[in-house]
Design a binder for this molecule. Structure first.
Ligand code: PGA
Length: 251
């Protein structure tokens, strides 16, 4: 059976390490190993090592991811984080999130370089794509994904994850309008043309306990990327458990 991935993108919502401790510990204590599901927490860089101490570095039910990474591996780049540094604390890294594109001017070319550099360091990139305005022809995310995968050997397609996140569906942390599962499935089917059958393609945008089951029911969707709800332990744990049940992983 194909594995599922549930990612918690904490963004910059939490501002205290003590709160981050409570969140990670609560999630760890309530998510026993859910077979076939990988749960990935993406705290800010500064807290990765601390969170690794809580969940462990090994083969536990929960893995860590960065929210971004730089495309060079080492050098005079004040303020940047190398994929080699990140690899010591995390397995995954979110690349090309729409907030990085919008507020930090990241281009398709930057994103492509980051993907290549992350793969070279042994990280699994979670490549984010998504359109600004609702459009069923999927040309914007399709083009973004094509650019992100330039010069990436096809053999690596099993080592990447795609997150389809329509920008109009992303929340402000509290409220937002999620995209209809049928719409998501249609876009994902188009994106699937660019990757392999076993490359996980996730949906992100206002995912909550009240709507996650609808996505889990669609065979085209391999998991979810959760923003706002991922810093609320009860909601995030519920999302993981509902996904597990709905995908039929329950024995
Ligand atoms: P949201 O964020 O779940 O708060 O909409 C998703 C994301 O931006 O990754």
């Amino acid at each position: 059976m194909k594995r599922s991935i549930i990612v918690g993108n904490w963004k910059m919502y939490l501002t205290s390490l003590a709160d981050a401790h409570v969140l990670t510990t609560t999630i760890r204590n309530n998510i026993e190993k859910l077979a076939n599901i990988e749960v990935v927490l993406c705290p800010p860089f500064l807290w990765l090592t601390e969170m690794a101490g809580i969940i462990g570095h090994g083969d536990g039910a929960i893995k860590l991811g960065g929210q971004d990474v730089f495309y060079e591996q080492t050098g005079a780049y004040t303020g940047e984080v190398s994929p080699l540094m990140l690899k010591e604390a995390a397995h995954y890294v979110i690349i090309g999130h729409s907030e990085r594109r919008e507020y930090f001017g990241e281009t398709d070319m930057d994103i492509n370089e980051k993907v290549i550099s992350a793969l070279r360091a042994g990280l699994t990139p979670i490549i984010c794509v998504g359109e600004k305005k609702r459009s069923l022809n999927a040309s914007e995310p399709y083009h973004q994904l094509k650019e992100a995968l330039m010069h990436v050997p096809k053999i690596h397609y099993k080592d990447i994850v795609i997150a389809y996140e329509p920008i109009w569906a992303i929340s402000d942390g509290k409220s937002g309008n999620n995209a209809e599962p049928e719409y998501v499935a249609r876009v994902i089917t188009r994106l699937r043309e660019l990757v392999h059958f076993d490359t996980p393609i996730l949906y992100g945008g206002s995912v909550k306990p009240s709507n996650v089951e609808k996505y889990a029911k669609r065979p085209e969707i391999d998991g979810v990327l959760v923003g706002g709800a991922s810093i609320r332990a009860t909601e995030f744990i519920k999302i993981c458990k509902l996904w597990y049940q709905r995908k039929g992983f329950k024995k």
